[in-house]
Design a protein around this ligand. Structure first.
Ligand SMILES: [Zn+2]
Length: 375
């Protein structure tokens, strides 16, 4: 079995082309991870997810520990077998969703005690339990347990939150069971404060991780602030480890973050938007529910090779959403995931040929065009 490894193949400015090697295969970076919250990418089979070009999925520890339960998934052979996805899986630590979804949360040095939002049962999530759950799920990439610092936060709040996360990062490292092909990522916190971000990076590098995530962004600070934080954070991270920006984002966020040296992303945006009628295209977002599409025989995005765009018209997709047909959200989810992977493929190709700056400029210009003119 291969060791967990990151090969940095090429740099173009700060943008990086690489490969993450895991127990379940190789991830070509920059990479986008579709979110499979409850052991499924909503409205997609795993075959259709793979057909978009996705090489890794994200699973949510919080949801899976509550239902169906980590021990059950473990008994059934792990998450890959359970959901029939044989490529790499990354699981989050549960920390973010405990704070956003659970009821009656009590945060202490030990961890977070909370009540399930499903049935009110009481649970304790600690760094050690989070490592155990992610091991039971058989995640190729395990995330250290952290507290996602809320936004806005004062410097004092951001500092004490970040320091707690660093102590939990050490406990996560100590509890993580090393196996060939499996890696543990630390998570940089520190809010919007450069000196706290730097302190967090230094603390994580001291502990030593297989990859470094940047957490606590895309929580309301806006794109400019997020890019400012990346500008001061990514240069401090070790070049020879993958970098993962958590929970981001819109297509333009991905291009801007790759420009700043990020390698991996996850976000619910393509899937969630796909279920509500928003499609992402080369010329920006399109609301397929809008009446302007009802007589439009053209595809959603004529350059897209997904089943929704090669087989169906805007008029048909519009009809499916208006009639609340399940196929509508299936097709739009498929399109959005395919489009996101197209953006990643485009970025990897551009970095490979040393033309990433031109790619980013063209991308922004195309997005700024706005949707095609109505017929
Ligand atoms: Zn498409």
């Amino acid at each position: 079995m291969t060791d967990f490894a990151f090969n940095l193949l090429k740099e173009d400015g700060h943008a990086r082309l690489g490969e993450v090697h895991t127990a379940h295969g190789v991830i070509h970076t920059p990479a986008f991870m579709p979110v499979g919250t409850a052991a499924t990418v909503k409205a997609m089979t795993t075959e259709s997810v793979a057909a978009t070009g996705a090489e890794i999925l994200l699973g949510n520890t919080y949801h899976l520990m509550l239902r169906p339960g980590a021990e059950r998934v473990g008994r059934l052979g792990g998450l890959h077998k359970f959901m029939r996805w044989d490529k790499p899986i990354l699981t989050d630590s549960g920390g973010f969703q405990v704070m956003s979804l659970a009821k009656l949360r009590t945060l202490s040095e030990e961890g977070v005690k909370f009540q399930s939002h499903l049935d009110g049962s009481t649970h304790l999530l600690t760094p050690e339990r989070s490592m155990q759950i992610q091991h039971l799920l058989d995640a190729d990439i395990t995330m250290s347990f952290d507290e996602c610092t809320p936004f806005p936060a004062t410097p004092q709040q951001a500092e004490s939150s970040m320091k707690l996360s660093m102590r939990w990062a050490k406990r996560s490292r100590d509890a993580f069971v090393e196996r060939p092909g499996y890696g543990l990522f630390g998570i940089v916190q520190g809010g919007i404060y450069p000196e706290l971000r730097a302190e967090s990076v230094a603390a994580l590098r001291e502990i030593g991780f297989d990859g470094y995530a940047i957490g606590g962004l895309a929580v309301g600070e806006g794109q400019d602030e997020m890019f400012r934080v990346l500008d001061v954070t990514t240069p401090l991270l070790p070049k020879e480890r993958p970098r993962y920006l958590m929970g981001v984002g819109k297509p333009g966020d991905l291009v801007g973050a790759v420009l700043r040296g990020v390698d991996m992303f996850d976000c619910v945006m393509p899937t969630r938007s796909g279920r509500t009628g928003q499609g992402f295209t080369r010329r920006g977002p399109v609301n397929i529910r809008n009446a302007r599409h009802q007589d439009d025989p053209r595809p959603l995005d004529e350059a897209c090779q997904c089943p929704a765009c090669t087989g169906y018209s805007r008029a048909y997709l519009h009809h499916l959403f208006r009639a609340e047909e399940v196929l509508g959200l299936m097709l739009l989810t498929w399109h959005n995931l395919h489009y996101y992977q197209d953006v990643m493929r485009g970025m990897r190709a551009a970095i490979g040929t040393g033309t990433f700056t031109a790619f980013a400029e063209q991308f922004a210009a195309d997005q700024a065009l706005g949707d095609i003119e109505p017929l």
